[in-house]
Design a protein around this ligand. Structure first.
Ligand code: HEM
Ligand code: HEM
Length: 146
């Protein structure tokens, strides 16, 4: 159970990064191309949102089955930078990133027919992408099980 979910969370990260990057890049292209935000542009926003939402649900499950998650919570672990990354910094930063992606998409969805949706996705997805990149456990991903 633990190993399967850990691997799923690990591989899903590729989809999340790819999806958010494609959504972000197409929003930038729309923004600088001075276009109107269409239904197709909204769907390109979903390319980042859907894998990220799925990853969030998988992450929360992982937090409760991983030996690096909730079961490792202690004052002592807070003093260890690797333990604190998994216990606090990674989950908290990723939840903030997920909220930003959702707000960016949601705002864009409501501006169909104008050009504003692109800016909403570009700004919110851009900051979310930065946060994700800042708190991926790079020592363990991809693949060198540290
Ligand atoms: C955008 C969302 C997220 C991304 C891209 C992401 C990415 C990652 C990556 C790349 C790893 C390392 C996997 C490996 O060892 O190969 C990891 C581990 C982990 N993540 Fe996430 N994560 C996200 C959200 C979350 C959330 C919301 C939680 C919990 C609430 C969470 C909890 C964990 C835990 C506990 C581990 C350590 C698992 C273990 O090795 O035992 N993640 N995450
Ligand atoms: C399997 C997991 C999930 C999937 C596949 C998923 C997928 C989606 C999709 C496709 C949308 C866009 C819907 C639209 O166009 O209106 C969306 C929006 C949203 N989701 Fe998720 N989601 C998941 C989990 C969650 C969870 C766990 C939460 C909350 C804790 C959440 C909160 C939201 C919110 C607030 C929106 C914004 C609605 C809007 O304003 O358009 N999702 N999600």
């Amino acid at each position: 159970m633990y190993t399967g979910i850990q691997h799923l969370h690990s591989y899903m990260t590729y989809l999340v990064l790819l999806g958010v990057l494609v959504s972000f890049a197409s929003a930038l292209a729309g923004m600088f191309g001075n276009r109107v935000f269409t239904a197709g542009d909204r769907k390109r926003g979903l390319l980042g949102l859907i894998p990220a939402h799925l990853q969030g649900v998988i992450g929360v499950i992982l937090y409760f089955v991983s030996p690096l998650g909730a079961s490792n919570f202690s004052g002592e672990a807070m003093g260890d930078s690797t333990a604190r990354l998994y216990l606090l910094e990674h989950p908290l930063t990723m939840v903030i990133a997920l909220v930003l992606l959702t707000v960016g998409y949601s705002r864009a969805k409501r501006t169909a027919g104008t050009g504003k949706g692109f800016k909403s996705i570009a700004v919110f997805y851009g900051i979310a992408l930065l946060l994700i990149l800042l708190r991926i456990p790079w020592g363990a991903w991809p693949g060198n099980e540290a």
